[in-house]
Ligand binder design. Structure first.
Ligand code: ZN
Ligand code: ZN
Length: 117
């Protein structure tokens, strides 16, 4: 039984988004990240690569591409995509960030370290 993302199976979620997995969850606009069968993190861009869409659950070589789960990244430090290294910043930033403590810093500008704004 595959995990549900945003209340939908992965295939349903792709079908509802013209074949792609969403980069943001609506309502709210929360950043999304995805998990591959090998436990790696995939950014939405990589989760929508042709290779990810075609990943075969019987093929061991496809484990790093096959999306098995996903979630919103609400709070905490940025997560790095294991494939391309792209950082997925959390919606609320990191409360433990030494730069801004999650509040976007003294000028309330976006924190480059954790993404709080
Ligand atoms: Zn990526
Ligand atoms: Zn910060």
């Amino acid at each position: 039984m595959a995990a549900k993302i945003l209340g939908m199976q992965i295939a349903e979620l792709r079908a509802a988004n013209n074949g792609d997995l969403p980069a943001y969850a609506w309502p709210g606009g929360y950043p999304m990240f995805y998990l591959a069968a090998d436990g790696g993190i995939l950014c939405p861009t990589c989760a929508n690569e042709e290779r990810a869409k075609r990943a075969d659950s019987d093929c061991p070589d496809d484990r790093e591409w096959r999306v098995v789960d996903g979630d919103t990244h609400l709070e905490g430090p940025p997560m790095a995509c294991d494939n391309c290294g792209e950082l997925i910043k959390s919606s609320y930033g990191d409360p433990d960030c030494e730069e801004c403590h999650g509040d976007g810093g003294p000028n309330h500008t976006e924190c480059a370290t954790c993404g709080a704004d």
